[in-house]
Design a protein around this ligand. Structure first.
Ligand code: 3HC
Length: 651
């Protein structure tokens, strides 16, 4: 079956691209479009052409799975050019998403119509590349430099109405898109046509604009190459003629397409798409998720409740007394107020979110709740009491979840009636922001419950990863190893600040020591102390020495570093140096790259052990955990990707 078919409605031809699932521009689609231009140019009866797509979306971009192979003709810039210079005007009818190459094809059309819920954009930088078929060169000519910089260097798509405001589309269509596009096409025939974008002048832009924008992007990109390269393409698009700018953009695209960063980002792209739908659960029916409840209104519970509200679910918040309910609701209020302050929510929307939360001290309120997530204090007996109550009042098919970080979910579920509906859902703080959700089934958890956990993740816009049961599951177990290895480096004489600086240079927002100072050293310390009290052999860590000296992090004015009151800047500490001096046995000097390689290598080795024990199903899941839960730079692909690269098992 052809991927690009032609239908005729009087003197208007409708070319429909049909290449499921997202109409990506495979070689066959590119060829189909070039053939359609040739055929319709030669058809005397056709006066204009509507380009539409079958299925859920307009063309969502180049076919990313082709990026590991040499480019095959016809090349996309030639396809876009053929459409743009066709004898008959082409009109793009956009529904769903017109992204990357898809938007570039639309830019080759004389007009762009879109439904209100459609989005358009150039997300190439998120794949470590730049637009490769005129995206930078035509967008500056269509919408000016400021919009083009925004669109191309962030990669963020914009929705229909905003796209109209920016001039990226010509009209928002209500009702049937195809019918409206045909009517529009007929109407255009009675007016003069606008110039093709390639023949329009580029805007004049000052040097200062580029210097300032470059500095801002460099700061934000933190080692990521594509955004600055995209800016360079935009600059070239305003400084040379169309053909030279196209050549520069294409060369940059091809160079980046073969780069390590692009290969890492493609790995993450496909890992993210595979994660929400594990093969083992395919075809398993999910349970209804019409409403939810959270037990515990602390930071974690309130964050989870906010995430559930953001997804539109009515939420009951259970606490043990009225004062705690009030505190929980106040926490939620703060979260929504923060979203208003950052411009993410309107006042009215924030009020509606809050109005959808019912606080209660009475478990009986949960009699008809589909999903309950427990987020109380991390202590087994407290959690068990909660589940004892839930077991009594909830429907037998309600999903009951624990948000534990370290406890064994099997112990939490002990004695629960219908243990098949019990599951661990490990959120990351702040739970309404962080994308990672570790889904931790017990051996008794039913498939339907697991599938419902994944469905919940999709609903909340989270990246779900299935984790087996062990101390710390996937993420915190690797974190522990990472911190231990960082301490080992300090014991070998590597300065604390050098370790942090190396990890920042690698792409983390913070190094391991400054991150602990921010979060507090005491939680992990108490946990180690608990294990010691339970008779486990937990050797003394440098972190223990810090906490015993009263250095719990920023909140106590010092941890691994000193801090001046009201200032979060870490300062080297005489006291820390004195405390650690007796423990340091100098080893070989390591530069920043060697430090990062050592620590990332240690993460990957822990990951290997996790895989070997079946705690994670695939290496790419571990990469997602690190990227979405622990700040691993996305463009490095994750520790497992890095290890495979070093071992030469990836091209
Ligand atoms: N190439 C190849 N496969 C793609 C693809 C692409 N561009 N976009 C999506 N897919 C695949 C996914 O891998 C997934 O496959 P699976 O079913 O086997 O897991 C399937 O299509 C469905 O994808 P999603 O689960 O993401 O579907 P959604 O409906 O949730 O989202 C979408 C649809 C918004 C279009 C989303 O898929 C998306 O954002 N895609 C990527 C768009 C993109 O980055 N385009 C730019 C590509 S680079 C480019 O065009 C270069 C050019 O300038 C030369």
């Amino acid at each position: 079956m052809s991927v690009a078919t032609i239908a005729r409605e009087g003197n208007i031809a409708v070319v429909t691209v049909d290449n499921p699932p997202v109409n990506a521009l495979s070689q066959a689609v590119r060829q189909g479009l070039v053939d359609a231009v040739a055929e319709l140019d030669n058809d005397q009866d056709v006066a204009a052409v509507v380009l539409a797509c079958a299925g859920r979306t307009f063309i969502a971009g180049a076919d990313v799975s082709e990026f590991d192979k040499p480019p095959q003709p016809p090349h996309l810039p030639d396809v876009v050019s053929a459409i743009e210079l066709a004898a008959k005007p082409w009109i793009a009818a956009i529904h769903g998403s017109a992204l990357g190459g898809g938007f570039e094809v639309a830019l080759g059309c004389r007009f762009r119509l879109a439904t209100a819920d459609a989005s358009v954009g150039l997300p190439e930088v998120t794949l470590g590349i730049v637009p490769g078929a005129g995206g930078t060169v035509r967008t500056v000519r269509l919408a000016g430099i400021a919009s083009a910089v925004d669109l191309v260097t962030t990669g963020k798509p914009v929705r229909g109405p905003r796209a109209l405001e920016l001039g990226l589309v010509d009209r928002i269509v209500e009702g049937d898109l195809r019918t409206a596009a045909i009517a529009f096409a007929r109407d255009t025939l009675s007016h003069p046509l606008p110039q093709p974008l390639s023949q329009r002048p580029a805007p004049t832009v000052t040097d200062t604009f580029f210097t300032e924008t470059e500095a801002a992007i460099a700061k934000r990109a933190r080692g990521e190459v594509a955004p600055l390269k995209a800016l360079a393409c935009l600059r070239r698009a305003t400084e040379t003629d169309f053909a030279a700018a196209m050549q520069f953009e294409r060369a940059t695209f091809l160079e980046l397409r073969a780069s390590e960063q692009a290969s890492a980002l493609r790995h993450v792209f496909f890992a993210e798409r595979a994660a929400p739908r594990p093969a083992a659960l395919s075809g398993v029916q999910t349970l209804p998720l019409r409403n939810a409840a959270v037990v515990g209104g602390g930071t974690m519970g309130a964050g989870i409740a906010a995430a559930l509200r953001d997804a539109g679910l009515p939420v009951i918040l259970i606490e043990r007394d009225d004062a705690a309910v009030a505190r929980g609701i106040a926490n939620l209020k703060d979260i929504f107020a923060g979203a208003v302050k950052r411009g993410r929510l309107t006042e009215a929307a924030a009020e509606a979110r809050l109005a959808g939360v019912t606080g209660s001290t009475d478990y009986a309120a949960l009699a008809d709740t589909d999903l309950v997530i427990e987020a109380v204090f991390e202590e087994l007996s407290v959690k068990r009491q909660v589940f004892e109550q839930l077991g009594r009042v909830c429907r037998p098919d309600a999903v009951l979840a624990t948000n534990t970080s370290y406890l064994d979910p099997r112990a939490i579920a002990e004695g629960l009636p219908n243990p098949g509906r019990f599951i661990g859902l490990h959120f990351f703080s702040p739970a309404n922001v962080m994308k990672l959700l570790e889904i931790v089934p017990t051996p008794q958890t039913g498939d339907q419950t697991q599938a419902t956990g994944f469905a919940l993740a999709r609903m909340l816009g989270k990246v779900p990863v299935r984790a087996g049961i062990c101390e710390g599951f996937i993420g915190n177990r690797i974190l522990k190893r990472y911190r231990a290895e960082a301490e080992a480096l300090v014991r070998q004489g590597v300065p604390i600040a050098a370790v942090d600086a190396a990890m920042r240079a690698y792409g983390f927002a913070m190094g391991p020591f400054e991150a602990q100072d921010l979060g507090g050293l005491d939680i992990a310390f108490l946990q180690r102390e608990g294990a010691r009290a339970a008779g486990q052999d937990v050797p003394e860590t440098l972190g223990d020495i810090m906490v015993r000296a009263g250095r719990k992090g920023q909140k106590t004015g010092g941890g691994w570093y000193d801090y001046q009151a009201g200032d979060r800047r870490p300062l080297g500490s005489e006291e820390v140096a004195r405390l650690l001096r007796p423990l340091i046995q100098p080893g070989p000097a390591l530069d920043a790259e060697a430090i990062a390689a050592h620590l990332v290598g240690a993460m990957a080795r822990e990951g290997e052990a996790i895989l070997g024990q079946g705690i994670a199903e695939k290496a790419s899941d571990i990469d997602l955990v690190e990227i979405h839960g622990y700040g691993f730079p996305r463009w490095r692909g994750g520790p497992m990707f890095q290890a495979a690269k070093s071992a030469g098992s990836l091209s």
